[in-house]
Design a protein around this ligand. Structure first.
Ligand code: PMP
Length: 360
């Protein structure tokens, strides 16, 4: 079967070159006579894989040496607990900017261990925007400030960062890590589930300032303590070996593409193609407010459920799949992560125009 254009929000499309290399290595990884899936995580071959993956990630994100890179499990959702357990060091209090379901969940989990203070929220207009950052103030006694840089469900993204002064800024970057350049030194912690821009599910990446490691609350389970993993180079126990190998291939692919500057340029162009069409459409309506639009998840609606269903069905017939919007927004969502080729966005846009001409 031919490959489709897969607009899934996650797990999502991976670069074809990465999948082909994985296929090539499947039965015999570089003369070891075994698959990476069959390999001891203590072997020399796997040490090479994890070290290379980390060094490529450090290179593409320009990660300063006083930050640790951790390859963990548990998804971004486990970070919702791990962050307060490790960072509630002084006042057991954190500030949250609520921009969607994921930041709400992060706050709810933190609330189990201390205060989760909401400094701003865009829930009043169904999370269709990012709250105004200028003049926003944070609790002087907060242990961290949490944001979700890209809101996968609602199709919004931060285009500037809040000024948190000495308070560590913690960012859930699950759906836009590696899509554009970020200054890592602005953050205390960046975390992301791998299954969108990095590789297969099962791997969670944490990039953490060294000062935030080693002061976890006493109740913190060993496996949820950043120190456990930092001290052992993410090899305290069996890590998600194959997902780390795949992530390493994606990092190499990004380097070959010209790094994050090139990814960002391409992503801006791809998103503009779709948004321009939506802005000129009488049938489709982009749901996110213009200044807050995501480059990764493009959410839009049609006038009624019947047209939405027809549109999804016809799209699928033409090889554009997993376009159904999340139930809390409805309509359609095109997730156009790094690995979605420009051609996929162009062809989807042409399809949507044809659909509009037929149904207006
Ligand atoms: N945060 C964001 C922004 C997400 O998009 C998701 C999942 N789609 C999560 C957190 C939860 O991630 P996980 O399934 O890895 O726990």
């Amino acid at each position: 079967m031919a490959r489709v254009f897969n607009f899934s929000a996650g797990p999502s499309v991976l670069p074809e070159a990465v999948l082909k290399t994985a296929r090539q290595d499947m039965l015999d990884y570089r003369g070891t006579g075994m698959s990476v899936m069959e390999m001891s995580h203590r072997s020399a071959a796997f040490s090479g894989i994890i070290e290379e993956a980390e060094s490529r990630l450090r290179d593409i994100m320009n990660i300063p040496t006083h930050y640790k890179v951790l390859f963990l499990q548990g998804g971004a959702s486990t970070q919702f607990a791990m962050i307060p357990l490790n960072l509630f060091q002084n006042h057991q209090k954190a500030d949250f900017i609520i921009t969607g379901s994921w930041s709400k969940k992060a706050a709810a989990e933190a609330r189990r261990y201390g205060d989760a203070n909401i400094v701003a929220s865009s829930e009043d207009r169904n999370f269709s925007y990012i709250p105004e950052l200028a003049g926003m103030t944070f609790s002087s006694d907060a242990d961290y400030v949490h944001i979700t840089t890209n809101n996968t469900i609602y199709g919004t993204a931060f285009h500037a960062l809040p000024e948190t002064g000495d308070i560590p800024l913690v960012a859930d970057m699950s759906s836009n890590i590696l899509s554009e350049q970020f200054d890592v030194s602005r953050f205390g912690i960046i975390y992301a589930g791998a299954q969108k821009n990095i590789g297969p599910a099962g791997l969670t990446i944490v990039i953490i300032h060294e000062d935030l490691i080693g002061r976890a609350l006493d109740i913190t389970p060993t496996m949820l303590n950043y120190a456990t993993h930092a001290e052992k180079g993410s090899l305290f126990n069996t890590p998600p070996c194959y997902s780390i190998y795949m992530a390493g291939l994606t990092f190499m692919w990004i380097q070959e593409q010209g790094g994050l500057a090139a990814m960002e340029k391409r992503n801006r162009e791809k998103a503009a193609i779709l948004y321009d069409m939506l802005d000129n459409s009488k049938l489709f309506k982009a749901t996110a407010e213009k200044e807050s639009r995501s480059l990764m998840n493009i959410t839009f609606t049609l006038p009624n459920d019947e047209l939405t269903t027809t549109c999804l069905k016809e799209a699928e017939g033409e090889g554009f799949v997993t376009l159904k919007g999340h139930r809390s927004v409805g309509g359609l969502r095109a997730s156009i992560y790094n690995a979605m080729p420009r051609e996929g966005v162009e062809k989807l846009t042409q399809f949507l125009k044809r659909f509009e001409n037929k149904h207006r």
